[in-house]
Design a protein around this ligand. Sequence first.
Ligand SMILES: Nc1ccn([C@@H]2O[C@H](COP(=O)(O)OP(=O)(O)OP(=O)(O)O)[C@@H](O)[C@H]2O)c(=O)n1
Ligand SMILES: C[C@](O)(CO)[C@H](O)COP(=O)(O)O
Length: 378
Amino acid sequence: MTFDAIIVAGGGGSRAGEPKQWRLLNGRPVAWWSVRACLDADARTAVLVAPEPEIERAEAIVAGLTHVRVVAGGATRAASVRNGLAALPPGAGAVVIHDAARPLLQPRHLRAALDGLDEADGAILALPVTDTLKRGERHIEATAPRDGLWRAQTPQAFRREALERAEAAWPGPDAPTDEAALLETAGMKVALVPGDPRLHKITYPEDFAMIEALASVSRRTAVGQGYDVHRLVEGDGVWLCGVRIAHNRALLGHSDADAGLHALTDALLGALGEGDIGDHFPPSDPQWKGAASDIFLHHAVGLMKARGGRLDSADVTLICEQPKIKPHRQAMRERLAQLLETDLAHVSVKATTTEGLGFTGREEGVAAQAVVSVSLPG
Ligand SMILES: Nc1ccn([C@@H]2O[C@H](COP(=O)(O)OP(=O)(O)OP(=O)(O)O)[C@@H](O)[C@H]2O)c(=O)n1
Ligand SMILES: C[C@](O)(CO)[C@H](O)COP(=O)(O)O
């Protein structure tokens, strides 16, 4: 079933003491992560609802993403959801509503909520209550039975037509605290789908630390490796790891033949499961003839960033007799750190000969190997 997503980020964060949806989490604003997850799950349109005075800020945050609309929120969460619904294009069978304040959303959560619509008009992620419940102010007045009680989370998915009907039928005047309440009141069926503690909502200041801790355990490390070779021919210099080295030979290739950057690009694509450099930049395509290989690496870095990935380390080994690499190693590391948008300490360049053996030993070509480690949302 096709679906649109509404990510509500229109609150003021009074209990958190700041507009929590804009605070940085792993280098991105809290609200960005949910928009990204909805797009990764193939939402047709993701509507980000932001406080009216902060529309431009929200637009800047999602500027690099396609199929996103930003609209102004209302005085309550329910009003913000209504504004989001009004901004949806017609057509999709389902709508998913999600709190921006739950930034560890993953596509699998969205799929689980949408699957719940097979047997109901709505489906919400929820966790069974596991603590004993007490009622009272300063002292306990009663112990409340917890059987059958659930903590409602988001995402919450709805058949669009059912949500619109339930919305129109809501008696008011109070706003519901979630959209499942609209359907419950209208007598419709809403499924309970097993939730996830990682969908914890940032409500109070201490929740930021909790989310950061959950985010760090929700990440995985991906390793990628790359290998490339280019032939040495007549010429006056070579490009290696983004640095031009004067030499009495040149490297032959469709692009600038920078074996170091090619191996590194392949390593990064490998860590992301994105195929290899030839899939993205076919050698048969004339536009890459003589191209500076910087653009290949830049592209792979863009893919990594779009996934919320972070480079932890990159290690390149150049294999050749000549030219000598050591005098250029630092310049290469600096250029790679710049291209990888990371610190110098995360980048290493090494070189070795093959003791005169093989094609590198005979100075017929230069080989390069690269290994990268990337941290990705789990
Ligand atoms: N008028 C509102 C109020 C809330 N929300 C959004 O609804 C989600 C859950 O609300 P809540 O945790 O209550 O956020 P705030 O309203 O920002 O917090 P507070 O109630 O502490 O002010 C958040 O992503 C929040 O941005 C919204 O879009 N519009
Ligand atoms: C919708 C919700 O996330 C379900 O738990 C929650 O009700 C929103 O937070 P609020 O504090 O009630 O606005």
